[in-house]
Design a protein around this ligand. Sequence first.
Ligand SMILES: [Zn+2]
Length: 506
Amino acid sequence: MIDLPDFTPVKVTQATRPYTESQLAALDHVALVLPKEPPGALFARLPQGKQLHKLVERARAQGLNRTFTRLSNTRATGVTAALLDASTPFARLTWARELVADCLRERPAKLGVLTAGLDEEARASAVAAIVAAVQAAAFKLPTFKTEEQPRPIELEQVGVLDAKPRLPLDRLRAEALGNNLARWLTVLPPNRLTVRAYREMVEELARRYSLSCKFLGEKELEKLGAGAFLAVARGNPHRDAGMIRLGYRPPGARRPELTLVGKGVLFDTGGINLKPFKGMLDMHMDMQGSAVALGTLIALATLRVPYGVDAWLAVTENTISPSAYRPQDIVTAANGTSIQVIHTDAEGRMILADALALAARDEPKLIIDYATLTGSCISALTQRYSGVFTNRPRAHPLLIDAGASSGERVWPFPMDEDFDQLLRSDVADIKQCAVEGHGDHILAARFLSRFVPKSIAWVHVDLAAGEHKGGLAHVPTDATGFGVRLTLELLGRSAPSAFAESVADR
Ligand SMILES: [Zn+2]
């Protein structure tokens, strides 16, 4: 059992009055944000402004948007001055990630963030991007090195020195908490994050965040008729697989208004249709969907949203074994749909089919599922965007917009009914996937739609951007935890029932 760390992001405070030189002198480092083309007069108001002006002009002449200096106080506070050069939230978060990497290089314990010469809107968005980037960078992912590591000075505190506008610090903290948690779980090695260990960790987190938690093991799932999930779990040498059902309820809420569903395949070998070396290498991260669902639930719970939220995590391995499920097996899912198995590596949609069917029984207004589901989604979008699919096409612009604003960019794909012709089976209600792989991300979404009643608004997120070498937007690690910010942005605009109402077919 691995001890769970404290996932709380580094503490951020915001000043209530203009900063003083002595406040600066109490900081180890300051990130100073300036306009892209700072007017000379601006520097007169800044500490060591003349020198700073020269450095900034020199950097600009070299085509750089950052420069470094030190203040002449006793602490020799470092200053990284950065020109704000970003036209979209994604570009701003990327800019912030690079700026923060520079600021943290000196391992400051106390970091300040200050702007000059920006209008209120630019100031708010730039500082929020930096806070998000700091909270992502300061969180340590697990390592298993036994050699003594040089003890870094931990970042203890971040102080925003601009008093106005007030930042949404609670929201930023919740997003970072959910994202940290998702990334931490995602990178755990597969022999450490066993089904049993995952379940124990989730139970511990449920206690920590006052969530209800119920585990449905194989026996219970058999009673519920979850034959698609159990087909995948069959190959496990243990009988630990199951679904973890979590719930957050504010006072007065008995049912979930929103249900989050996550694919938790702790290691995906592909099964009998075994993956090749490179395709299998990072398959311990095939549980990221479940970690994102969990992180999002915890983020919403810490924000105390006024509606009930459930999460269903479908947790198993997809392994090779004499008892593993095979192509041409026919299994029946919890809603009675019979499935002709075509390819054992399409296990994600099998376990999600039952998770969606079971989650739908509570009749939430909105279901959102997250899964590292298909290679074809990556082929279509690269690992910079994730794909979204919904049974409410009117939600497309809202999803695109929430993705663009949050920096977790998504693009919708079509899922018209006639795609089902490609999943037509002669021997069962539906084929698991097509023999030819064209548009597998779309067919996977069509397949999943069979398990969500039309009365429930449903969004499926195929996490093509769940892993991106070197990080993505403000997140500096390969595992991106993509999905938490997207969802909080979407729900920050309207509660699940209002969202479902606004995208209903007219
Ligand atoms: Zn697979």
